[in-house]
Design a protein around this ligand. Structure first.
Ligand code: SAM
Ligand code: SF4
Length: 331
């Protein structure tokens, strides 16, 4: 392996997120427009072979963790083949996926068999009416079936991502606390971030992690921080005082974890972004398709990471929302 991927703040990057598509089968309001989404032309999407080559090059730069995301990764045909291709790369120790869970029940076994071991299912509400209000589509039952299927085939824990939005998801806090205790799934509350296609984010709409901790502690029982947590994990994890039920918080707005960030990402159309909130991208697809050598691609990644800024500026007047919404970046 050559020199690790380090930025000017000394952060080492070993964690790659790959968006496999920008398409999705639901329309969460904090991510996508409700209708008339302009998807990328199919020919612009990286092929599995191009992704595999890119991962191999990144492994040479120290990457050992990969997460597949989107859009909705499970709508990409034959995704388990890509999982198997990445799992076969020497040096990859960890492959995960973030999915809305709608197609999970039918794919959980093949994903497991292909070598996938980590799964995060996004579900913002346990109330089906609220689910539809947020996603603007049907599918609630399928997501629950997907979580159960994933647990059945062996994913442990299944993590459930729930975006927290003030004025909308307060009613879901305690039911999710009970759900974590009953099912063994780990619930991770994510603060609503300014990455929505409708540009409707406001700080006042963020339901903060500390408010959720207070509510769960008062209405169920105190939450105790889990000791010796991985400093690079974005979630701060807790367990209820009696040891039953794990809850994590991704407090990207109230407690940014940028200084511990070890990630970079590649969009479905092959652009490397060194931060979710980047305003600049590095074109890798052009190199992959235009005869670029492995070392040219490695150099492009290295330069992108080297130029990473200190962190997002959500809490300052300087913040500029990227012109790609979450579904097009890959969350
Ligand atoms: N479709 C898959 C899913 O929903 O899990 C993967 C892609 S989605 C963009 C990845 C994660 O980003 C999901 O957990 C989703 O809830 C989260 N997300 C999307 N938009 C967000 C926003 N504006 N603020 C916070 N989290 C967001
Ligand atoms: Fe689709 Fe995931 Fe975005 Fe929801 S958060 S619209 S499921 S890509």
């Amino acid at each position: 392996m050559s020199e690790p991927l380090v930025d000017s703040f000394g952060r080492v990057h070993n964690n790659l997120r790959i968006s496999v598509t920008d398409r999705c089968n639901i329309r969460c309001f904090y991510c996508m427009p409700a209708e008339n989404v302009q998807f990328m032309p199919r020919a612009d999407l990286l092929s599995f072979e191009e992704m595999e080559r890119f991962v191999r090059i990144c492994v040479g730069l120290g990457v050992n963790k990969v997460r597949l995301t989107g859009g909705e990764p499970l709508v990409r045909k034959d995704l388990s083949k890509l999982v198997a291709m990445i799992a076969a790369i020497e040096g990859i120790h960890d492959i995960g996926i973030t999915t809305n869970g709608i197609l999970l029940a039918e794919q959980a076994q093949e994903l497991w068999d292909a070598g996938l071991r980590r799964i995060n299912v996004s579900l913002d509400a346990l109330d089906p009416v609220k689910f539809k209000e947020i996603t603007r589509r049907e599918g609630y039952e399928k997501v629950l079936e997907g979580i159960q299927a994933a647990q059945r085939v062996g994913f442990d824990p299944v993590k459930v991502n729930a975006v927290s939005v003030r004025g909308m998801t307060e009613s879901e806090i305690v039911p999710f606390g009970e759900f974590a205790r009953k099912t063994g799934a780990e619930i991770r509350f994510i603060e609503f971030m300014p990455l929505d296609a409708d540009n409707a984010w406001e700080r006042d709409k963020v339901l903060f992690a500390h408010e959720i901790i207070e509510r769960l502690s008062a209405e169920i029982m105190p939450l105790i921080p889990i000791p010796d947590q991985n400093p690079h994990a974005p979630a701060t994890e807790f367990v209820f005082q009696d040891g039953v039920g794990r809850i994590g918080f991704i407090a990207s707005v109230s407690q940014p974890f940028c200084m511990n960030c070890d990630r970079f990402r590649i969009t479905a159309d092959g652009k490397v972004r060194n931060c979710l909130f980047s305003l600049e991208e590095t074109d890798i697809r052009g190199l992959l398709r235009g005869g670029g050598t492995d070392s040219q691609i490695a150099e492009a990644v290295r330069s992108s990471v080297a130029a990473k800024w200190e962190g997002h500026q959500i809490n300052t007047a300087k913040f500029i929302q990227p012109n790609r919404p979450m579904y097009s970046i890959g969350g």
